[in-house]
Design a protein around this ligand. Structure first.
Ligand code: AMP
Ligand code: GLY
Length: 428
């Protein structure tokens, strides 16, 4: 099969790396890709939201399947675009339709969906610029900290956690009147703050049947011990020891099954990945958010544990035979550390030369924000590289990661060195 993979981050390099190992793969194309994906296939300089250019690429390279990495093309309706096209409709797109992707594309939609289907989540209300006063009154019914979420896609920056009510009221007014998030902030969801420990759960589903992928924990803050600003993710670990069989069973019964039944009852055909961001509140799972794609950096942690051929898995999804696939996961610990540009998640510079890539041992290096230029690998984003290690325990994985992390150099490189430490206490 010829496969076109859309995206350019660490998640996409991990997907490309896994697809390249498939016995069903003929040729892999990645649009636009990065300096890592070019070793798994051919990078094509096409934007993930340029559907007309993607159409041409599919025809030119005789593509048999399109795998969508990031959320934007899904929320913009790439699956619907293919289904409506008289030639492209036979080419499977791995990812949900526009109405399914609304679970990520609109926080107001997803919260109302959860409420309709009795799926555990934080108490909330939605406000717009005609209801700021009501919003202020709702804030007064909650206790700090206060959680404000821009309704639409805001490149991971749309969630504000405010320590006190004055700041929360100011931010509510700011988002709705000054519109720093553009149309994504025309509505704001205000919700109760959930206290607990976070977990990312993933399924691959055809809308009815589903495969539960390995879970992962994401390290979102820039600093060690979860301090400082929120980022796209500074590391990940899979499996997550506190997510034992009993907890996962609660997730399936209280969240996954009602979500799929809810989608079905609302005539939303959901196929592809569903990523459920959860809070474990005293042993009970609550949904923080849905995403219509895999997580980054969680993907870099979970795919190395998957023994099943990924393209076979995608094929069975497209053919409606997900229930017949032999799905297997490795029982190892997978630990990912992200190397970022100094300054990230605020301003940072690009174009720094990366050296030491060839010194990596007993680990896999996925590229995120990199570009190959004039025969050198340069930094090209905030999150630059993802170092992945598989080992029997977190301690062993951390030791191997540490040795490798000091081998990679670029100006102002930064990474967290506590990834996985908080999970040691749960290890049996
Ligand atoms: P999101 O962009 O929806 O992933 O939110 C970013 C982060 O904000 C989440 O990963 C959580 O750490 C935090 N967060 C979002 N909603 C809540 C909530 N209701 N309670 C506590 N933390 C939250
Ligand atoms: N790591 C969180 C996300 O991909 O949204």
């Amino acid at each position: 099969m010829n496969v076109l993979l859309l995206g350019s981050g660490g998640r996409e390099h991990a997907l490309a790396w896994k697809l390249k190992q498939s016995r069903l793969l003929n040729k892999l194309y990645i649009a636009p890709g990065n300096a890592g994906t070019m070793h798994c296939g051919e990078n094509i300089n096409v934007n993930v939201n340029d559907f007309a250019a993607i159409r041409e690429t599919v025809l030119k390279y005789h593509i048999n399947m399109v795998v969508v990495g990031p959320e934007d093309p899904l929320v913009n309706g790439i699956r619907d675009y293919f289904l409506a096209d008289e030639i492209l409709h036979t080419v499977p797109v791995i990812g949900p339709s526009k109405n399914g992707a609304m679970l990520e594309g609109s926080k107001d939609f997803s919260k109302a969906f959860m409420q309709r289907h009795h799926i555990p989540t934080a108490r909330y209300k939605t406000f717009d610029n005609t209801s700021i006063e009501e919003g202020n009154r709702f804030l007064e019914t909650l206790s700090p900290p206060f959680v404000l979420k821009a309704d639409g896609l805001a490149a991971g920056k749309g969630v504000l956690i405010c320590k006190d009510i004055i700041e929360a009221k100011q931010q509510l007014k700011h988002i709705l009147t000054d519109q720093p998030f553009g149309s994504a902030g025309h509505k704001v969801v205000i919700e109760e703050f959930l206290h607990g420990i976070e977990l990312s759960v993933f399924i691959l589903t055809d809308g009815t049947k589903y495969i539960l992928l390995p879970e992962a924990k994401d390290y979102k803050r820039i600093g060690n011990n979860d301090t400082g600003l929120n980022t796209g993710g500074m590391g990940a670990v899979s499996p997550v020891a506190f997510a034992d069989a009993f907890f996962i069973q609660k997730v399936e019964e209280r969240i996954i099954k009602p979500t799929l039944e809810g989608l079905h009852s609302e005539n939303i055909t959901y196929t592809g990945f569903l990523f459920i961001g959860l809070m474990n509140v005293n042993g009970d799972p609550y949904v923080i958010e849905y995403n219509c794609r895999l997580g980054d950096p969680e993907t870099e942690a979970i795919l190395p544990r998957m023994k099943t051929d990924l393209l076979e898995l995608f094929n069975s999804l497209a053919n409606g035979t997900l229930n017949t696939i032999k799905y297997q996961v490795e029982n190892t610990t997978s630990l990912v550390t992200i190397l970022v540009s100094g300054g990230y998640p605020e301003e940072y510079e690009k174009g720094k030369v990366i050296t030491g890539l060839e010194n990596i041992k007993d680990a896999t290096l996925f590229h995120a924000g990199t570009i190959f230029k004039d025969n050198r690998v340069l930094t090209n984003g905030g999150r630059v590289l993802a170092l992945q290690v598989s080992a029997p325990t977190i301690e062993e994985a951390r030791a191997i990661a540490h040795k490798n992390l000091t081998e990679i150099h670029f100006e102002k490189v930064y990474f967290r060195n506590d990834v996985g430490m908080d999970l040691l206490k749960y290890q049996k």
